[in-house]
Design a protein around this ligand. Sequence first.
Ligand code: PMP
Length: 400
Amino acid sequence: AFANVARAPEDPILGVTVAYNKDPSPVKLNLGVGAYRTEEGKPLVLNVVRKAEQLLVNDRSRVKEYLPIVGLADFNKLSAKLILGADSPAIHGNLVTTVQCLSGTGSLRVGAEFLARHYRERTIYIPNPTWGNHTKVFTLAGLTVKTYRYYDPVTRGLNIQGLLEDLESAPTGAIVLLHACAHNPTGVDPTLQQWEQIRQMIRSKSLLPFFDSAYQGFASGSLDGDAQSVRMFVGDGGECFIAQSYAKNMGLYGERVGALSIVCRTADVASRVNSQLKLVIRPMYSNPPIHGASIVATILKDRNLYHEWTLELKAMADRIITMRKHLFDALGARGTPGDWSHIIKQIGMFTFTGLNRKQVTFMTKEYHIYMTSDGRISMAGLSSRTVPHLADAIHAAVTT
Ligand code: PMP
């Protein structure tokens, strides 16, 4: 029955790891996937996560019953508070409905499925470029994906003019996907002043903002600082979708823990929206897993654990910033042609190097360095030990 099934291509991001795993070279380096690594190149489980897990294990009253369709109530409340702020009028007015979903991806998908069923406008605008999975998630949910200009390869910065023009010519009511902070793959974020311009354009055209928040705290090291864009949009009283992921900022990648929040105009609407979200979730996966959400809730509701988390988060963000400096200096020391200041200017986990597909292929072949073909490298996968090897490879790629 399946003899004619064609072989599918590897995922463009996760496929990088597949290729890396096959390479026997001792100097190989995986800068493809956006997962944090220590100076020793090891995955990191936060200390505060270990502590929370210990507390959970020791609590014999905890059972493995199903969670409700919308997940753990505490987790949902605390997640909304984390992104919107403890003093958010939207939360106090019960305008926000939050459901626990399968990390950031699952939150985006549930939000998109809800929009496809209940929203009049089916077009979603996503930035060009964006995280590769966005197009597929939204298309498969039944939305029509279009792009708005975002990155300017000449300035290696934000094309704010193009962005505003494209939003202006979008149909009234269209959905707009925005990266809350640490834009993936470019590392280029709007300034607060530019965010305000974007907000005014979105509200004046009655567009619907859908925030993807996969790196809160990971960009600046400040959780509140990285939530400012979202809070501007919620502060104006308008509607807003937010997909949150705890993969990066708590290092809970494989636990698949995230949340979808929908900010509505009234508490009654929010409660009806919540009832419909259950109808989206129930036939998809019935209800979400309990362990990751329990870890997050344990940390978020305890003052000391929360504080400890912010310190560990800041340490991860700071190590990445240090790697940016090291790489920038290493290219300077080699006299590598070109302006590499974007390495230290870009924000978050990635550097959008500007290396082209051919140069990337060269670096993989000759230096065993693995990255996505758009020239994006994960700074979180670098260490002081591996920076010189990467700098040698970049130097060779641009000079040969
Ligand atoms: N959005 C963006 C922009 C991302 O970079 C990622 C992770 N690479 C995600 C969403 C989703 O990640 P996850 O499903 O692991 O939370």
